[in-house]
Design a protein around this ligand. Sequence first.
Ligand code: C2E
Ligand code: CA
Ligand code: CA
Length: 523
Amino acid sequence: MADRVLRRFLSLHQAWLDFLAVACLGVCVLWAGIHLDLYEKLARFNIQHESWQADEFFLGLVVMGWCGFAFGIRRVYELRKEILNRRLAEKAAVDMAIHDTLTRLPNRRGLELEFHSRRLCPNDPFFLVLFDLDGFKSVNDVYGHSYGDRLLRELANRISTSLPDGDFACRLGGDEFALILRSTKTAESACLFLDQLASLISSPMVFDSVRLCTAGTYGVAQFPKDGIDLSSLLRRADLALYQGKHDGKNTVRFFDPSRDVQLEEQSQVVQLLREALDNGYLSLAYQPIVALEDERIVGFEALARLNHPVHGSISPLHFIPAAERSGLMRELTTLLLERACREATVWPEHLLLAFNLSALDLRDECLVNRVRSVLQRSGLPPNRLELEVTETAVVSDFVMASKHIEALHDMGIRIAMDDFGTGYSSLAQLAQFNFDKLKIDRTFISTVLQNDKNARIVQAVLSLSKGLSLTALAEGVETRAQAQWLSEAGCDMAQGFLFSEPLSETRLRELLGSLSKSGDEAA
Ligand code: C2E
Ligand code: CA
Ligand code: CA
């Protein structure tokens, strides 16, 4: 400790120490000179050796000494100026490093400094708010980046003028800002403040003749309840923000721990799915589709399977939504569709392949081209492929879905409406799209014998499909009695554990082998 203080003292006062050392040396020399009568001896020496011109030499030394002294003072002055400029430049560089150049608000580094600048005390709660503008991208796209920049500057101005003393605002990048609210101590008062801030932010801004309106979504985490360090508070505020965006934007959301567990699980599924795609852990199971009339197999529905060597089997009900969220759906659909098509090419020609498309596939501009090239690569004729789409998927982008369905239909591919009855079940959809098949969801089939209302709904759907010349298929048929009832009600096809559960590729080939053998024997 003492050593550190000494070193610090020495480094700070080096110039003064140098001065002291030189001054001491000078005093010592002067003292010795006086005691030894050096000057008189020098004068005498000069007189005795006038011809040597030593007096001129010593005079020169005295003049040079004074000149050196004046030069030294001048240099010290220049040096002080230099140090001052350097300190200013350093201050400006630090300022730039912790501030955002566009809005002049502190940036992420500034947030870190602010967070660590005060002693964190568990009895002194505060809120970390992340907020993100809704639809900022469209301002940039429609009006150009200069308007986007002006909007951000005005917004920063509004935020900083509305913040009470002690609170802090910064821009993290793009249209994302963070606030530290120390002046509010309860969730209610933080919510009240954010409501006021939201209405201030959403009041229109006019630049030239352009009027811009914007709104934000706020995610809030509380210290120390939701985390005691900056990164966990940021992560949790971000989860709350994500939740707010998901729930319809322009909202304030506080972090909810139960949601955190859910999101953690979801992100783990995404991780496992990535691994599965890289290492080939994905496979397909094929469930037979039978004609109810004589229970002969007319085709197979391909169902995705993920068997992880460590985590075991993961349901498509988990990994398909994970693929949609993480942008992996495209890759997954292409991979599985190609595999299923290749498999179907070795089946007898009358057997149909049914394949599920996700909502995201239907919104993909390139869907039709992707399907076309998969069919070309695999060699499966388009009339042997049936693509299943759900009502919800169709509704999510009606225009795009209708364009795709039309084009796929024109190629000769059949389209089935899957899970009918669980989504919007809109008659307009049935009229608008060229469906070939209606698959009645298994929630209706499972209770068709117990629930009179469901039985009537199924009957109505069956007569509707007949009226529209659509093939009706009942999903999830598990008992002989259900199959009997459906057959009598006029249902054309069925799928379900009564006939067969989804089969692995090997078991499917065994089944096809035994079917062709029994066909040969019958012939
Ligand atoms: P889905 O299209 O309705 O598929 C039928 C689901 O019902 C399958 O579940 C199947 O195993 C199950 N099932 C069949 N018969 C019965 C039965 O008699 N009783 C009961 N309780 N269930 C039966 P799975 O394989 O877990 O698939 C669930 C969902 O995941 C599928 O529902 C489909 O929406 C989606 N999915 C599966 N594979 C894919 C795929 O390759 N791509 C896309 N986009 N979605 C897929
Ligand atoms: Ca399906
Ligand atoms: Ca279904």
